[in-house]
Design a protein around this ligand. Sequence first.
Ligand SMILES: [Zn+2]
Length: 289
Amino acid sequence: MLLGQIKRVFSKPGHSQSRPVFDGSLALDSRDAGRSDDAVGNEAAFDRRVVEIANPRGRAPVVLVCEHASHHIPDAYENLGLPEADRLAHAVWDPGAECLARAMSGLLDAPVVLGRVSRLVHDCNRPAATHEASPEQVERIAVPGNRDLTEAEREARARAVYFPFHAALADLIAEKGPAMALVTVHSFSPTWHGEPRSSEIGLLHDADDQLARVMHKGITVSNRVELNQPYSAADGVTHTLARHADRVQASVMIEVRNDLLSAANSANDIAGALSNALSEALTTKAFTP
Ligand SMILES: [Zn+2]
């Protein structure tokens, strides 16, 4: 039962080991993707692992996920044609999200699954091989390298990035068993199309809203914590939660405004507040099988 598990795990020392999962060559043999030899596209461009699991033996009944941890674009993609000024923009990754997720991993003693390829190559939080997964435009940023992709090129990117990522996540969830929570960690930009965003922390849910609602009441680090802001499942942003919903007991997507993660003190406070709210939420009756 979660209450007992949570109490036990918080009395144990943390683990800091990290295990690489699926390097580029293994990525080509993704188990649930299948493969057709006539559509390998530019899979060979992937020059390093596409997913990493840190703290894999963390004892908390929680799996953290950070799909947009990395701004890495494999060399063969030539930065997808992005100008230098856009190379590290929020369209390419979630600035600060990896540090936040790793901090929560340490505080909770929970494993964290990290995407190691930019979401502009293939977004692991969007359906496989779709236009949304490799967009041609994000807000004001055009992505020349994603223009007019063929179906075979989209499928090749999904096989190289998306399927290995979700296979690794599914394996980890299976190892831990169903009595656990899936928590995805993201950051968002302070403005969107020139308009400031007032939310500081968003708690988003897919079909199951329990964990988001309980955590919403328990976060005290900001008075701008909102449910389903700055966007929601209706915008198609909860794909990872939906894909693995049947294998977990509860799930939530955390969004933090990225300017709050650029200062170490603020980021640490937020990691602590989110971890406390999560662990307290999981000890409530609502999450006891
Ligand atoms: Zn994100």
